[in-house]
Write a protein that binds this ligand. Structure first.
Ligand SMILES: NC(=O)C1=CN([C@@H]2O[C@H](COP(=O)(O)OP(=O)(O)OC[C@H]3O[C@@H](n4cnc5c(N)ncnc54)[C@H](O)[C@@H]3O)[C@@H](O)[C@H]2O)C=CC1
Ligand SMILES: O=C(O)CCC(=O)C(=O)O
Length: 529
């Protein structure tokens, strides 16, 4: 039974499928301190959070069974990603579920500052009928600058068009084609700063975006402009903004997010009549909370059950069409790694992976992670997984060399893994055969055809008559049943390799007997658990 801890308020409807899963037990325990979480996290396989829980390295260290942290939302700044990657904990988020909701909040904020709605409401409910102080502006024909044209920024731009605004967008990944499609102008940050009547930011907080709007930018803005931040506190310099408002450069600002949340009671925003604030409500709708909880629950179940998943934040994203092509090879890749590491002796120096055929045409990075995992698994056991395999190889100074070629030796796709240690160099190649599944097709220089499963016995011998008989008799005498057998040789009468698939583990003494049998040079068991 997998145990999942939900440590922030997350939609019950959204996590229903987790609660209904027969192999999952869900505990809801919210508002815990770091110490309280450290005390209980050791029993859980998965942790589900929104943004309140700060998932620190201490919590992950105590979470010895933790395999996945699910963030019901977009930003993962409350999760220490580096610590998660080092520990092999997969961090997933739900990037799509709250896009529209947050866009609508940003839009509501823009309209609210255009028409002073919160300030007017304040006075009206106090019985003050003040119509003079709240002269607003129309959105129509105004220039809206959108910094960050990702999911939310693009939706804001679409809605702004319907309001008759002229939109200038900036995003390092924005192409002219996409801008044309959205009917907006592509500009630089400087164009936006100088020309916009309204600016809305929709970027993550990164070293590059931190204070991307600060003192020097406010200096050159259009007097009377208005600014909105429903992305992350810190993208706009808060103190510089207050100063720009005092100097009449900025007419109004709307913030849903703050450099420190919640802001201190004496934060200058809270007493400024031209700044309106909400308590990080961007994603707070029934729909968004259900969506993100559904998305993250689905992924958590997949990860716990060892099924393919998406939206891992601490692994490179893979487009669906690429994933479709490489996913069938994940298991084979891992088995090639397991196989070649059992063949080798001595500390690993380099893993050379060669992809040929159709695999040479696609991004195979995720597949390489499986191969590296397989190689390291023999020594690191369950401490290695596809999230941390590359990191663990790197900290052990193991070089990973990936090559692509079109030489497929007659197979549609071929993966060749060569392991260089400081004692030897061994090679295993495998493919997926239509109708036959995973096959090992080469071991060192010998062509073979064997399924990588269960117990394999490798016997290196001289190519002489009677070898199959003597190996078969020895195994038979020790009650070891042979399921399949293959002999690979390069030249008649030269050295050859026998690969036997056997029904149970081969005891050490039997391996020793094989090694001392005439004409046999080596014997080795390879185990796939
Ligand atoms: N207030 C709230 O409750 C919510 C806030 N958010 C936040 O909103 C922000 C945007 O979210 P999404 O649109 O879903 O993310 P996204 O990843 O789809 O879009 C972010 C965009 O910012 C762009 N970007 C990165 N650096 C940039 C730079 N220096 N200048 C201009 N653009 C840059 C990226 O290229 C990307 O296209 C995130 O920070 C997210 O955490 C998201 C949901 C709810
Ligand atoms: O969970 C929340 O309410 C915060 C949403 C958010 O900021 C995000 O998804 O990035």
């Amino acid at each position: 039974m997998f145990k999942v801890l939900v440590s922030d308020p997350i939609s019950d409807f959204g996590i229903q499928q987790l609660m209904d899963a027969p192999d999952v037990q869900v505990d809801k325990n919210t508002g815990l301190s770091e110490d309280e979480l450290v005390a209980i996290i050791g029993q859980y396989d998965a942790l589900l959070v929104r943004s309140q829980t700060k998932v620190t390295p201490r919590i992950m260290e105590a979470g010895t069974k933790l395999r996945v942290i699910g963030r019901a939302g977009v930003g993962v700044d409350n999760i220490d990603l580096q610590a998660a990657t080092q520990r092999g904990i997969i961090v997933i988020n739900a990037p799509d579920g709250n896009t529209i909701t947050t866009c609508e909040h940003a839009f509501a904020m823009m309209m609210a500052i255009a028409r002073h709605i919160p300030q007017a409401y304040e006075k009206t409910i106090k019985g003050i009928w003040d119509r003079k102080s709240f002269l607003g502006v129309e959105l129509r024909n105004k220039t809206l600058g959108v910094l960050g044209m990702g999911r939310i920024g693009s939706e804001v731009a679409k809605r702004a068009k319907a309001f008759g605004m002229n939109i200038i967008g900036y995003d390092p990944f924005m192409t002219d084609e996409r801008a044309d499609k959205l009917g907006i102008k592509l500009g630089s940050v400087d164009d936006i700063i100088r020309q916009a009547d309204f600016i809305t930011v929709h970027t993550p907080l990164t070293p590059e975006t931190k204070h991307m709007i600060a003192g020097p930018q406010f200096e050159v803005m259009k007097p009377g402009m208005r600014i909105i931040n429903c992305a992350r506190g810190g993208v706009i310099d808060e103190l510089a903004l207050v100063e720009a408002i005092d100097r009449g450069i900025v007419a109004g600002a709307a913030f849903d997010v703050f450099e420190v949340e919640p802001p201190a009671p004496d934060h200058p925003f809270l007493s400024n009549p031209n700044i309106i604030v909400t308590p990080h409500l961007g994603a707070s709708t029934v729909e968004a909370q259900e969506n993100v909880a559904i998305d993250v629950s689905e992924q958590v179940i997949c990860i716990l059950r060892g099924q393919p998943f998406k939206n891992a934040v601490n692994m490179p994203p893979v487009p669906a069409d690429v994933l479709n092509k490489i996913q069938p090879y994940f298991d084979l890749g891992e088995k090639l790694g397991i196989f070649v590491s059992q063949l080798s002796k001595g500390p690993v120096v380099e893993i050379i992976v060669n992809y040929s055929g159709e695999l040479a045409e696609v991004d195979t990075q995720p597949l390489t992670r499986y191969i590296v995992k397989g190689v390291l698994q023999q020594h690191l056991g369950s401490n290695v997984n596809v999230v941390n395999s590359m990191h663990l190889a790197k900290v052990r100074d193991i070089n990973i060399l990936v090559q692509k070629s079109h030489v497929t030796k007659g197979f549609t796709n071929l993966i060749t893994v060569t392991l260089r240690t400081n004692e030897d160099e061994r090679l295993v190649a495998g493919t997926l055969l239509n109708g036959y599944g995973e096959r090992i097709v080469q071991i060192d220089k010998y062509p073979v055809d064997v399924a990588p499963e269960g117990h394999l016995l490798l016997v290196k011998h001289n190519d002489k008559p009677g070898m199959i008989g003597s190996v078969g008799t020895l195994l038979g005498n020790n009650d070891i049943n042979i399921a399949t057998m293959q002999v690979g040789r390069k030249i008649v009468g030269g050295s050859a390799i026998m690969v036997l698939s056997v029904d149970r583990a081969v005891p050490k003494e039997v391996i020793e007997q094989l090694k001392t049998t005439p004409q046999i040079n080596k014997a080795k068991e390879i185990v796939f658990q």
